[in-house]
Design a protein around this ligand. Structure first.
Ligand code: SF4
Length: 341
């Protein structure tokens, strides 16, 4: 019989496990601490459980952590790791060291259903949802995880399309008995799946990042088929209703394409759309992918757009590109070893 994984279980789940294998109820909290505070790699390391308890637990359960199957190292220090998933797929996560910060960009699906035309993951198609254990394993098993200061759900997949697993993962990352991270250190991105965003805002305190890329719905639709089902207008109505002046941060991701979304017309519409909301915009350089009409904007245009938006009341930064040489930069994740494209 295949053993079940402890990784991804909440205190409530672990209480049920304790009951099932005949351990006292307080053992659930002990197991939780071994899992998420000490991040042990085997049940045998849970030394405040009796030898007998460990043996009973290990008969039916395993920790469930899996090491990466491949790594590619960028010249800028970024590293891209490939992890196997429960359903036999492979996903990538990217470790981005930056001075005294280190960010992990995690995946939540194998591939993606959203089909953004400028994204390698979108082209890959959909290979299934990741379980909470698959998501957390990227944090648990990535080398150097003790240095992590931030986690962003911006790898492969649309988090709001696998929201149960994502919310359970963020709950375990922020729970005092779990990883005990501040929700301020975690950002979840979305193309704007309104129902998902609505639930996310109710059930999580983590930051939200919206992949905007064009302020005009009809032009956005040409780049992002998801605009049809999850329209910008409806999403903006929801976001405007929310109070963003406190803990939680709202940001908009904007890949700047030459001649497509970098004009004054776009800049003006962005101001109209975003200036009334407490938010920030991250301008992202486009990384060329094959067989696409899209090209990146010039550096001058990037700087002009940043300055225009900032001058008109929208806090805007240009995001530094990392890991481009190993296809780890935004939009390039593709989940193949040696991802030469
Ligand atoms: S950009 Fe994000 S939402 Fe769009 S296809 Fe790629 S992974 Fe999916």
């Amino acid at each position: 019989m295949e053993k079940k994984k402890l990784l991804g279980m909440t205190l409530c789940d672990l209480k049920a496990v304790a009951t099932e294998v005949g351990l006292p109820a307080f053992a659930a909290k002990q197991i939780m601490q071994w899992l998420y505070n000490k991040r042990v790699r085997s049940i045998d390391e849970m030394t405040n459980l009796s030898l007998k308890s460990r043996a009973i637990l290990a008969e039916h359960y395993t920790i469930g952590c899996v090491p990466p199957s491949d790594v590619q190292q960028s010249i800028d220090g970024t590293a891209k790791y490939l992890f196997p998933t429960e359903n036999g797929q492979q996903v990538e996560c990217v470790f981005i060291p930056d001075g005294d910060r280190a960010t992990l960009c995690v995946s939540c699906q194998a591939g993606c259903r959203m089909g953004c035309r400028f994204c390698m993951t979108g082209r890959q198609g959909f290979g299934g949802n990741l379980s909470t254990a698959d998501i957390l394993n990227q944090v648990y098993s990535v080398p150097g995880n003790e240095q992590l200061t931030n986690i962003v759900f911006m790898g492969q997949g649309e988090p709001m399309d696998n929201l149960d697993a994502v919310l359970k993962a963020t709950e375990l990352l922020t729970n005092p008995d779990g990883w005990a991270w501040s929700p301020k250190r975690i950002t979840v991105s979305t193309v704007g799946v309104r129902k998902g965003v609505e639930r996310f805002l109710l059930e999580s305190n983590c930051h939200l990042a919206v992949s905007l890329h064009n302020p005009f719905p009809e032009e956005r639709l040409a780049m992002m088929p998801a605009e049809k089902a999850y329209g910008l207008e409806e999403l903006m109505t929801l976001l405007k209703r929310q109070d963003w002046s406190h803990q939680r941060r709202l940001s908009f991701e904007y890949i700047v394409f030459g001649g497509l979304n970098d004009s004054e017309r776009h800049a003006k519409e962005l101001v109209r759309l975003l200036a009334p909301i407490e938010c920030r915009v991250n301008l992202i350089r486009f990384h060329q992918i094959p067989d696409t009409p899209y090209k990146g904007a010039t550096e001058e245009k990037m700087v002009w757009l940043r300055d225009y938006l900032t001058k008109h009341g929208v806090t805007t930064t240009i995001r530094a590109s990392r890991g481009q040489d190993i296809y780890a930069a935004c939009g390039l994740l593709h989940a193949k070893t040696n991802t030469a494209i």
